[in-house]
Design a protein around this ligand. Structure first.
Ligand code: PGA
Length: 222
């Protein structure tokens, strides 16, 4: 779990063709340093294609889902169970504020999703909106994302984000790795990870364009 995490969240965007084009542009140029963990999280129906493309060219890129089922395989129409997803993904974003708000996800559901992910060797990346949001047992990776900063162009300050990350660790466990998310760009990305309590970034809008996301990744290489 050590190192800096740079995670692209494509949300409900990109056709298979657009996704593969992004991988083609970015893959060969990604920095290959031990301490960087770079991941892309496409929507479900693009996951397998992206994972195949990454494996075929051996790009230094992890692949993540944006959600998964709180249940295992079975009679749960419309859900994606971790045990069937794990062939295509290394991690899963869980409890994003857009899911809590638009799909009524509760802390209890998110805790079940964390359990399912871990049982299938998928790393859960749990999004919390403030320092009080419940962090389910067994979580190691958190993204602190204040709702007002998401997609607004107004990021939190590195100092505030660092303070929040420190509080989250105090409350939920000192071993947690905390990332910051909310209007991260190439201009501000490094200022967050320079903070002692922050271990990476979760990037939405600025990850959609491959050149922009590449710029963010390259700010972490001297
Ligand atoms: P943003 O999204 O970078 O567009 O603010 C971040 C997120 O929703 O994870």
């Amino acid at each position: 779990m050590a190192g800096i995490w740079i995670i692209a969240n494509w949300k409900s965007n990109k056709s298979i063709a657009e996704a593969l084009e992004w991988i083609d542009i970015i893959g060969p140029k990604l920095p290959e340093t031990e301490n960087l963990k770079i991941a892309v999280c496409p929507r479900f129906s693009v996951l397998a294609e992206v994972k195949k493309a990454v494996i075929a060219s051996n790009f230094p890129l992890l692949v993540g889902a944006q959600d998964l089922s709180p249940y295992g395989a079975g009679a749960y129409t419309g859900e994606e169970p971790a045990e069937l997803l794990h062939d295509f993904c290394d991690l899963a974003i869980l409890g994003h504020s857009e899911r809590r708000k638009n799909f009524a996800e509760t802390d209890e559901m998110i805790a079940e999703k964390v359990k399912q992910a871990k049982e299938s060797n998928i790393i859960p990346l749990v999004c919390v909106q403030d320092t009080d949001t419940m962090v389910p047992e067994g979580t190691q990776l958190i993204a602190y994302e204040p709702v007002w900063a998401i997609g607004s162009g107004n990021s939190d300050t590195p100092e505030n984000a660092n303070e929040a990350a420190g509080k989250i660790k105090e409350k939920w466990g000192q071993d947690l790795k905390v990332l910051y998310g909310g209007s991260v760009s190439a201009e501000n990305a490094k200022s967050f990870t320079d903070m002692p309590h922050l271990s990476g970034i979760l990037v939405g809008t600025s990850s959609f364009d491959p050149d922009e996301f590449l710029k963010i990744c390259q700010t972490f290489v001297l």
